[in-house]
Design a protein around this ligand. Structure first.
Ligand SMILES: *[C@@H]1O[C@H](CO)[C@@H](O)[C@H](O)[C@H]1NC(C)=O
Ligand SMILES: *[C@@H]1O[C@H](CO)[C@@H](O)[C@H](O)[C@H]1NC(C)=O
Ligand SMILES: *[C@@H]1O[C@H](CO)[C@@H](O)[C@H](O)[C@H]1NC(C)=O
Length: 409
């Protein structure tokens, strides 16, 4: 009798643990990932390009249950996105239901693209958009070009096709991108929803097939590009399949140059270090904006970083409306926690406050400001930035570097 009871209780305990394991694998997002044979093959191809030592790679393990693990991870993500957007009103985004925005249901995601240059406030804006649940943040796809501006040949065609492919979640033929990411994890880590998985298993981020499948689960997609000028973006605006919304983000060249002084990568690179090149790009962007805005009024918008920093809440609401995104509690929370700066207490790298955009007024030497203003007069006139006449005016509280501006052809 006693034995029989023991037998039943063991059976019961066994059944319970099986149930718990099943439940756990079903409902936790952090499923432990073991690479599938397929993704292994992928990584192998990638590494082959990397070092040509294919035969030295360790043999794949877990060849048989790997695929199931990837599928489970994708399924968990799919469910999590649905849960996170349970209360989201998709009418606001121009569709009836989430499936209309999902590539795996032949839907079209809402895509946004920030075009800017280094140290112009893209970090903050990128994080605002990424606070949206169900957003896949491509981050900066052109990191592997190092510190250059792409204004035309020889790099423009390939860079544009990279951007387009990524926005379509197609990561084939992207060896340069993956090779760079192998040594520079920040290429992936800003993509928080992808990184949540591959910080435990780096191979995932280097796996083009997995990345593509994962990307296709997301109804919202955002990207920032600081290495390509607006003129070239017309090709992307024209692409009906992409239906992308573009934000051109501009910043006062004095603020940009002040911020760039603190970046080691900048000084050796003329495109980053020379104000005349920055400002020539600002003029080029103005001309392109004047031409493209009337052509794509619903798809292109222009924003000065200073306006975002002075009025983060109102400006973000306006921008999100333009992008067809309803403000979610997570975005409200992000704006609240990253913009309510009273005094001191600046704790976050991307906290904006009223002072940040105008810090250059107090730290730059007037001689340098005068040099920038001389080289940038035309760009500053076009974009509505007031010149400082002398050192005392520059440092005074009354001096407002912002004026209004209009974009005309
Ligand atoms: C969603 O928003 C639309 C307007 O954008 C509104 O008419 C509709 O009632 C809303 N639906 C729900 C369920 O709140
Ligand atoms: C932010 O702006 C929106 C729209 O203008 C407004 O409804 C909301 O109350 C504002 N939030 C805060 C915290 O000021
Ligand atoms: C600096 O420029 C302002 C504005 O043009 C002017 O009013 C002021 O007299 C100038 N100060 C000096 C010391 O030149």
């Amino acid at each position: 009798m006693l034995r029989r009871v023991n037998f039943y209780s063991i059976c019961f305990a066994f059944a319970l643990s099986v149930l718990l394991i099943l439940a756990g694998s079903r409902y936790t997002d952090n499923t432990v990932y073991r690479p599938s044979s397929e993704s292994r093959r992928n990584i192998k191809n990638f590494l082959k390009i990397e070092d040509g030592e294919d035969h030295l790679l360790p043999m794949p393990t877990n060849q048989y249950d790997g695929l199931a693990d990837t599928e489970r991870l994708l399924e968990n993500t799919r469910n999590k996105i649905k849960t996170d957007l349970m209360n989201y009103n998709f009418t606001y985004s121009g569709v009836q239901k989430i499936e209309d925005l999902l590539m795996e249901h032949n839907g079209q995601p809402l895509r946004s693209l920030i075009i800017s240059t280094w140290r112009s406030g893209t970090t903050f804006l990128g994080e605002v958009l990424n606070a949206m649940p169900g957003n896949f943040y491509h981050y900066e796809p052109l990191l592997n070009y190092e510190i250059i501006q792409i204004r035309g040949p020889p790099h423009a065609a390939k860079a544009l096709s990279t951007i387009k492919n990524m926005l379509k979640c197609n990561y084939d033929d992207m060896e340069d991108y993956f090779k760079f990411g192998k040594g520079h994890v920040f290429q992936f880590s800003h993509n928080t929803r992808l990184w949540g998985h591959c910080k435990h298993k780096r191979e995932l981020c280097l796996d083009s097939e997995f990345t593509g499948k994962f990307c296709k689960l997301f109804p919202f997609q955002s990207m920032k590009v600081v290495r390509l000028r607006l003129r070239l973006i017309e090709e992307i605006l024209e692409d009906k399949e992409l239906n992308v919304k573009v934000i051109l983000l501009i910043r006062d060249p004095r603020g940009v140059m002040q911020s760039r002084q603190h970046r080691d990568f900048c000084q050796p690179a003329p495109d980053c270090w020379r104000p005349e090149l920055l400002c020539a790009d600002m003029i080029s962007d103005y001309v392109a904006a004047a031409r493209l805005l009337p052509k794509y009024p619903d798809r292109l918008t222009v924003l000065r970083y200073e306006e975002l920093a002075l009025n983060p809440n109102i400006t973000s609401y306006k921008l999100l409306k333009f992008l067809g995104l309803s403000v979610t509690p997570s975005i409200e929370e992000f704006l609240h926690s990253h913009t309510n700066v009273e005094s001191g207490g600046v704790s976050s790298t991307f906290r904006v406050s009223r002072d940040v955009p105008f810090k250059w007024k107090n730290v730059l030497d007037y001689n340098y400001v005068e040099e920038i203003q001389m080289l940038c007069k035309e760009a500053m006139d076009l974009w509505g930035y007031e010149l400082a006449q002398n050192a005392s005016q520059m440092a005074s509280k009354e001096f407002n570097p912002l004026k209004s501006y209009v974009i005309t052809q």
